[in-house]
Design a protein around this ligand. Sequence first.
Ligand code: BES
Ligand code: MN
Ligand code: MN
Length: 464
Amino acid sequence: MPDMPTTDAALETHLADTKDARLESYKAFLRIPSISTLPEHADDCRTAAHWLVDALTAAGLEHAEAVETGGHPIVYADWLHAPDAPTVLIYGHYDVQPVDPLDLWTSPPFEPAVVGDRILARGAADDKGQVHAHVMAAGAVMATRGSFPINVKYIFEGEEESSTEHLDHWLETARDKLAADVAIISDTGFFEGNRPAITLSLRGLMYAQIDVVGTAVDLHSGVYGGAVQNPANALAVIIAGLKGPDGRIRVPGFYDDVVPLSEADRAALAALPFDEDAYQARLGLPALVGEAGFTTLERRATRPTLDVNGIWGGFEGEGSKTIIPAHAHAKVSCRLVAAQDPDRIFEAFRAYVEAIAPPGVTTTVQHLGSGFPSLTPMDHPATQAAARALEATFGQAPVYIREGGSIPVSASFGSILGLPVVLMGFTPPDENAHAPNEWMDLNNYETSIRAIARVFDELVDLPR
Ligand code: BES
Ligand code: MN
Ligand code: MN
């Protein structure tokens, strides 16, 4: 659409007139504590889903429903009255991460606070802010034009932060209803310095728990120490064996399916405007550390990882208690890259942990979750349509980046629905996602609504 005006006057007038109401609506959505992983918040997740159904209906979308899946509902809505135009599936998630540690928040996580250009609340960025922008963009398009230039189908999930358990099954059963030409996922963000970005790859995930069990109850460490294996020591031996000093993961076969980066991919990453010193300073770390032979940008998004997420066992109180703990545990996750298969990685991980487990205790490995990595092509016409929309509205061409986080549905849209995916998200890079004081830049939020409206126009001519 080369002759489209950069700003749409009717849209701008509408958005100016509704700005205050929009902020109030955003805050109302953020007040719902839709923490998907905590069972005590299941009703809140359902409330958030129904809030969205009402908001989508008010925006002028049709067939809005909260689909029951056995877990948290999936929200669906559509508008399908552009028979000659492409169909776009839009994805976001309304669930959020837990809020602990609460004492580090400067304002309560579910009482949104506006401070300057920022709105602070759990979910302000990841991902309720982006979901809300999509609903507001739909409402603005319908209010100003009475129709969309393309067909749209919305999927807002409530289990993204707790491993997307029920979504794939629903995608399979609803395949016909979800037929589309492209999926747009808004659950990523901008690059360092808040530069508009389109994400080209996401990592997958394998999540496991190691349980090391000795006796039925703790033992007196003086009476038994020296005669038995200590489960906590044994766990430390296992964890120390998982990675070498060069940062390489020692699980046999772990790297077998990794598709190496091309020289062009490496050059593109190296050309990004990345200030490594500023990145390190922002993190407050004495050094950046990772796999030998790779740059920081390569390590954090294009190489697989293995990390302990939590480790516990034995006496954790103040003071000293002389015991040999009965058991010890660790949660371990691997971020995966194309074309690693999370289930194969789990089997290799389990076999290796069992092989290196010291004698005298029982070591078992449980599988807690999987998600596939995904790669999206930069030269796809839909990606280029998104790039034009970002440049027209944010005034800067996007950089193409790779992200280390995971959005398992991105791979499922390809494998189950056969759709190309565009990862078009709007959060600032230092938004404190999953951490205290999560925030969204209100300028990004406002402009993202224009970018979303614009991408619909840019997609009209998408080859089908
Ligand atoms: N929005 C994130 C994924 C993300 C993070 C994309 C950083 C781009 C950059 C998403 O909500 C998330 O946190 N995903 C989880 C998935 C897991 C629970 C399966 C993650 O990456 O830990
Ligand atoms: Mn997210
Ligand atoms: Mn998240």
